[in-house]
Design a protein around this ligand. Structure first.
Ligand SMILES: [Zn+2]
Length: 312
């Protein structure tokens, strides 16, 4: 069932406030916090959970604090009432307002333990070599993006992860699943029969997997137990993490950080979406293997030509 629209936004859901009411009486609000730069992605959905403490799952993009604050006021709370922030992963469109929310509310900051080690570490500096070779720099020339990117790294240096969690931790009704792949600190958070999926599972779009090569670039800043083997970056890691959550139950409602609403419509998903994303990658890999095989055969002059040799 679609959530109730408490405040309308634009057709991507920017500045929209929605209310999910589940059959067991649990209520969760979503706030569509816009990106601070030109983007076709739509907002980051920040979720408000009213438990023993007022909890925000993700705080939206750096530079969009005012929109987060306005949304929260519509739900009925000032920013200062937040008691706990849970971060799904440390990308600037998810934890971008953490510093302001935490400073103004004194809220606890919960995230995966890897998140704590990566706070204030510039991804761009560490990955510049391969990004330059394979993608080209700069990624965007939007000055707003550049400024937000730098500010996010700087603010990260001032943040302290007060409540690091690891896979399987359970606290105040939240169960944490460590699901690296899109990023090495990605968490999915189960609350009742809802799974806050960050960018691990999204409707309509396939999350970017991180890159295997990044492990070598970040290994020295990861917690000690994470330094012997790469189980945290790359497509294989991402697929394993999709498999991990895909079996949590047919009755789970996935609460994604993007595209919950797009082009004027809600996009409700369950965990079968995790299977669809796995299948997408499997198909793409099969296509690539087929392509490479054909190229190799063409180069060897074997192409589609019928065999001309016979006998031993
Ligand atoms: Zn995101």
């Amino acid at each position: 069932m679609d959530p109730e629209i408490i405040k309308a936004g634009d057709e991507s859901g920017n500045r929209m406030v929605i209310k999910y009411r589940f059959p067991d009486g649990v209520v969760v609000h979503g706030i569509g916090v816009p990106q601070a730069w030109q983007s076709t992605l739509g907002p980051t959905w920040s979720y408000v959970v009213e438990g023993d403490k007022l909890t925000l799952v993700d705080t939206g993009c750096n530079g969009s604090l005012r929109e987060l604050e306005e949304g929260l006021e519509i739900v009925g709370y000032p920013l200062s009432a937040v008691g706990r922030v849970v971060v799904t992963h440390g990308h600037l469109d998810h934890d971008g307002n953490c510093f302001d929310v935490v400073s103004r509310s004194g809220a606890e900051l919960w995230a995966h333990e890897v998140y704590g080690n990566l706070l204030g570490v510039s991804h761009r500096d560490r990955e510049s070599d391969w990004r330059e070779r394979f993608i080209g720099l700069p990624r965007t020339e939007d000055p707003e993006f550049e400024q937000r990117f730098l500010e996010h790294t700087n603010l990260g240096q001032k943040l302290t992860l007060t409540n690091p969690v690891t896979d399987g931790d359970v606290s105040d009704g939240f169960t944490f699943y460590y699901t690296p792949g899109h990023s090495p600190d990605e968490l999915c958070i189960l609350y009742n029969r809802m799974l806050f999926s960050g960018d691990h599972i999204l409707p309509q779009i396939t999350p970017h997997p991180s890159v295997n090569m990044s492990y070598a670039r970040f290994r020295d800043v990861l917690p000690k137990d994470y330094r012997s083997e790469n189980l945290y970056y790359g497509l294989k890691t991402f697929i394993n993490s999709l498999r991990r959550v895909s079996t949590l139950g047919d009755d789970i409602t996935v609460m994604p950080a993007h595209r919950a609403y797009h082009r004027g419509k809600f996009n409700p998903i369950g965990l079968d979406r995790a299977l669809a994303i796995m299948e997408h990658h499997r198909d793409r890999c099969a296509e690539m293997i087929g392509f490479v095989r054909k190229e190799t055969m063409d180069m060897a002059g074997m192409g589609e030509k019928p065999a001309t040799r016979s006998g031993p």
